[in-house]
Design a protein around this ligand. Sequence first.
Ligand SMILES: Cc1ncc(COP(=O)(O)O)c(C=O)c1O
Length: 364
Amino acid sequence: MIKLIKPSITFESIEKELKEIFNSGQFTQGKNVEIFKDSLKSYIGVDYIGLTTSATTALSLSLRVMGVKQGDTVAVSDYSWPASSNVIEELGATPIFIDIDPLTFNMCPKDLENKIDSNCSAVIFVDTFGNPSGIDKINEICKKYNIPLLEDAACALGSEIDNIKVGAYSDITCFSFHPRKVLNTGEGGAIATNNKKFSDIIEIKLAAGASGKAEVGLNFVDYGFNFRLTEIQALMGWKQLLEIDHLIQKRNEIKNKYISSLKSYNFIPQKINDNVKHNSQSIVFTVPENIKRNELINYLFSKDIESTLGTYCLSGTKFNKEKYNEIQKVSSIVDSNAITFPCYEGIDIDRVLNEISNYLDKYS
Ligand SMILES: Cc1ncc(COP(=O)(O)O)c(C=O)c1O
């Protein structure tokens, strides 16, 4: 079976340091956490990194840090994994679903400007499938209305816009290290910011509310959380970060093969703007009208090749439809038409392309 994802990390690559963790007995808050934080900081070129248990906990904490509270509204890209709007819901705020550009799959600036209201206390821009295209336009709108920009970069570690690494661009950026991502720690996430006011609050909230030491014990100046990554997860993280540029380059080579092979069948690849470098987290196309997307997925599965849909129209989930009844048009169409193909180093790309062509030659 050619799986949709194949984690790149090997046991051998961490074996030596793993033994050290077991020998030292230090499974949390040790040197691997510090190394991972520092290496992420210098890889991204950002002042502050906080590690978290997932992108979901990172996003949730970031909204709190931005002061989002019950009764506020938060604008969010409508095409994403539901965590992007769940974190708004969980705070008692109301999501404003912003439709997407049909080519980049990212938040549409015009729709954002039409829907921003005076209660809007944050904008969550999603780098869909790792692609930050168009965030520059959204940033301009946020600046104009003085609203903080939270970048959901769950998929975008290693991507760049205007030669700035994702993580150093927005007011706060959140990453995921779930196994489907370029860097995998099992579960895990990070918060990146250059804003000192935000990083001071994040640091305290991530330390269960503690700031510095009391005469004996800790000084709890706020309430906070335990979203810690373990030493083993942090070790997996910093080891993979050493290889990430190589992995991204390999993914881009494979992505380009898909694009050139599927052009003649009118498959349209996700658009990456000229000022963007894409980490090729996922390779996603919209299928032409004459192709039944789900049939193609099932056909490939019968040939031992995993593929899947893109991601979800958030306003169209059962929960959001029943609560808000505001389905976004473009996002809903892309939800039905997008397909993700396997894309990572070592994949038998010729076999995958061959099977896709077999299906298309027969049914298109
Ligand atoms: C855009 C986006 N945001 C948030 C998340 C949630 O990430 P995590 O599973 O680390 O909480 C994901 C996960 O796939 C995602 O794709």
